[in-house]
Every structure is written in structure tokens, then in C-alpha cells.
Ligand binder design. Structure first.
Ligand SMILES: [Zn+2]
Length: 429
């Protein structure tokens, strides 16, 4: 009776064949994770229940101390990297493990959340058998604990001792100290000593990972115009006024550029009229405008998100061209500022996706593909992506990051820790 194979038997064979793809140390690490999920969950709960809004310096350091204690037990050397006082930020936790061989990994987490102490407290709360909520449970204390629990499992499997790892937890990812280049100086320098960077920001389900993240910058549009009595608007002598010109420019941006893939730009503030006063500090503007006066000035600020430096530069040129074709009686200029560079979908990053895909197939939990870069903003990894191969989105899955009530998917969580452990193991072979 060898002609047919029942679906159930087939599943069994497929499953055991897949499991057989894992080596003995990988199986040992996975078993350790399954046996120690309570401890991992307790570490997550303890860290979520400490408020660590970026500006709550004591809270950010407390979360750092909690993680440092766990990493110290694994033989990591712990350092606290201070930021200059003028930045008014907590600083960063850096844990280094020196081994004899293999590639050097740069593992990225962050200690802060968007929730400052004056916002409603969100302690860890289980909502149902597959969901829990709490401040930073998804972004990204869940991811920090994925990293730590994976390293604990690798140590238990006897595999950590030879690994070269820098685990870097920034203290101000959600609201970087200014200037950003100072806030990330040490981060970038240390990353450059490594071969591969892995970010543990939120996972989007079990089957994707981020091979690219969009970069971000700002733009600022200033329009001036001849002013006069409104009854003369549209005439050659009076012209169109600054508000019509700003509206023309924005509408042309939208018409010509809004369909480009991975490109977005959003005007966040517009002020027009006369006597314009602007405060960049708190993103505010004031103006006086009478309906019978042709507006002499307008000001607009917005962001710009892009997938590559080439896309950024090309779109800036197109925007300048649109700005330059002024309506009669008006003049406009646009300026751009750099924020975070893009993490581009390089061949090296995509090769890492293939390696992770092999991991999850070998674990018999299905494929892993590169997620949609348009679905994410920039993150810490963006600062260093130009120097090495990297992947992000290796953290906890769930929903609603940056909103009260963000969640973690509890059933996927052990599998994501296992995925991280096996991936780190293979990358360091
Ligand atoms: Zn984050």
C-alpha cells in the first residue's frame, strides 16, 4: 500500500523533515526558549511597567539597568554611554560580548517609548489568550526581550561563548537628542566595527522582515508676493498673491509626485497673509489676513519620505522646478533639511532575508519575505544601514505602535524569539 499517502501522514513527514533541518544546538536553543517563556514574559512585564518616556531619564535608565543585569549574567561587558548634558537625554546601554570567531553582530534595541509620565499609564495587561497591551510592549520592549531571550537560549545551548556581539540599546530613539549627529555619534562608531546589523523593532507578523526602511527629511516653502487691493487680483499689475502661489505649488506637488512608489510628502503647517510669525521650536505659526488684501506672504513646512538617496535627490529637483514656475507677481523658494537616511533594499540585505527565510522554513513555521518598506518610517538602524548589511523588524509582533493600547501577539512571541536565536546562531557560524 504505497500508492497513496494520507494528508495527515504527509504533514507529519513534512514537519519532521523540516525539523530535521535544525542542528542539535539549534534544537537545544529552541527547547530552552520553550521551557523558559515564563521568565522571558516576566522580564517583558517588568520592563513595560517602568515608564520610560524618552524625557523620563530616570525611567529610561531603570529599564537599561534591568536589561543590563540579564546581559551581565551572560558574560557581556556593560557600559552606559552618556550624552552631553545639553541634549537632556538618558544615554545608551551598550553590552559587548567578545568571542574568538565568526561575524560580528550589531543588535539594536531602544529603552525609551513615546509615552511620557504625564500620559495615561499603560501597565502590562493581558486582553485575551493571544493579546496583551502595555506601554512599549510592541515598540519596543517586546523586541528588546526577543533579543535578550534569544541570547540566553544561545548561551544555554553552549553557543554564545564564541560569538562577537554588540547589543546597543539607545535611550532616545523616539525623540532623539539634538543635534542627532551628537546623539548617535557613539552608536555609529561602534556599528562600524561590526559586520551585520539586526534591529529588533516590531515584527509585522511571523512571515516578514524589514530589508529596507524609508528615510525622512523636511522641506520649507516660502512665498512672497506683491500686495494690494483684492479687487485687482489676477491682473498683470497686482498678480496672484502668495496664498494662491502656495496653493498652486502644493497642488502641483500632489498632481505630479503623489503616485511615485515609496515617496510621500506631507505639508504639516501652512500660514499665509501678512505679519507672519513662526516658531520652529513648537511648530507654530501666526498671521494676519484681511479678505480685501492680496496676501504678501505664505509659509509651508512638510516632511519627505523616500526609499533611496537617489529618489530623495530626484524628487527634490522636481519640487524645485515646480516652485520656480511662479504665478505673476509672486516669488517662491524651497529649502530641504536632512533627517534620517534611507535603509535601502540592498542585495546584501536581501541575501539576509533569504537566510532568515531558510531559518523559518527549517523551523517549519513557513516562509519569510521582505515586508513593504512603505509601511515603516525611519529608525535607529537607518543611521548605519549605509555601512553594512542589515535587517530590522526582528522584534515582537502586534499592533498600534505609538498609540495608547498598543498590543503584542502572545502566540507568535515564542516563535519570534526562536527565529532570532537560530538566525543569530547561523549568522555567527
Ligand atoms: Zn521603536
Amino acid at each position: 500500500m504505497r500508492k497513496t499517502i494520507t494528508p495527515l501522514l504527509f504533514c507529519f513527514f513534512a514537519f519532521s523533515a523540516a525539523r530535521a533541518q535544525l542542528t542539535a544546538p539549534e534544537k537545544k536553543a529552541i527547547a530552552y526558549i520553550n521551557d523558559h517563556m515564563d521568565a522571558a514574559m516576566q522580564l517583558l512585564i517588568n520592563s513595560v511597567n517602568i515608564n520610560s518616556g524618552t524625557l523620563n531619564i530616570a525611567g529610561v535608565r531603570k529599564v537599561g539597568d534591568l536589561y543590563a543585569k540579564e546581559l551581565e549574567k551572560l558574560g557581556f561587558i556593560i557600559e552606559w554611554v552618556a550624552e552631553p548634558d545639553s541634549l537632556r537625554r538618558a544615554g545608551h546601554l551598550v553590552a559587548t560580548h567578545k568571542g574568538k570567531k565568526g561575524k560580528k553582530l550589531f543588535l539594536i534595541g531602544h529603552l525609551d517609548t513615546v509615552f511620557e509620565p504625564d500620559m495615561p499609564a499603560g501597565p502590562y495587561t493581558v486582553l485575551n489568550d493571544s493579546t496583551a497591551t502595555g506601554q512599549g510592549v510592541n515598540d519596543m520592549k517586546g523586541g528588546d526581550v526577543v533579543m535578550i531571550a534569544a541570547l540566553q537560549a544561545l548561551q544555554a545551548a553552549g553557543q554564545l561563548k564564541d560569538m562577537n556581539i554588540v547589543a546597543y540599546f539607545t535611550g532616545d530613539e523616539e525623540r532623539s537628542g539634538f543635534p542627532h549627529s551628537v546623539a548617535r555619534k557613539d552608536f555609529i562608531e561602534r556599528a562600524k566595527t561590526c559586520d551585520i546589523a539586526l534591529g529588533f523593532e516590531s515584527a509585522m507578523g511571523l512571515h516578514t522582515v524589514a530589508a529596507a526602511r524609508r528615510g525622512i527629511g523636511d522641506w520649507s516653502l516660502d512665498v512672497t508676493a506683491r500686495t494690494g487691493h483684492s479687487s485687482q487680483v489676477f491682473t498683470d499689475s497686482a498678480g496672484f498673491g502668495a496664498i494662491y502661489e502656495a496653493a498652486r505649488i502644493l497642488n502641483t506637488f500632489r498632481e505630479q509626485l503623489s503616485h511615485e512608489q515609496y515617496l510621500t510628502f506631507n505639508p504639516g503647517l501652512i500660514v499665509g497673509g501678512s505679519g507672519i510669525k513662526l516658531s520652529d521650536q513648537d511648530a507654530r505659526g501666526e498671521a494676519l489676513g484681511k479678505t480685501n488684501i492680496i496676501s504678501p506672504a505664505a509659509h509651508v513646512t512638510g516632511d519627505l519620505r523616500f526609499l533611496s538617496e537617489a529618489q530623495k535627490n530626484a524628487v527634490r529637483e522636481k519640487m524645485k522646478t515646480i516652485v520656480a514656475t511662479s504665478l505673476p507677481g509672486t516669488h517662491a523658494s524651497i529649502s530641504f533639511t536632512d533627517g534620517l537616511p534611507a535603509m535601502e533594499p540592498t542585495a546584501g540585505n536581501l541575501a539576509l532575508v533569504s537566510q532568515l527565510d531558510k531559518v523559518t522554513r527549517d523551523m517549519a513555521i513557513g516562509e519569510t519575505v521582505a515586508g513593504d518598506p512603505g509601511a515603516r518610517g525611519a529608525g535607529d538602524i537607518s543611521d548605519i544601514a549605509q555601512y553594512m548589511d542589515c535587517l530590522d523588524g526582528l522584534g515582537a509582533s502586534g499592533k498600534g505602535a505609538h498609540r495608547a493600547g498598543e498590543t503584542i501577539h502572545l502566540k507568535e512571541y515564542p516563535l519570534l524569539i526562536q527565529r532570532a536565536a537560530v538566525f543569530i546562531y547561523r549568522l555567527t557560524r
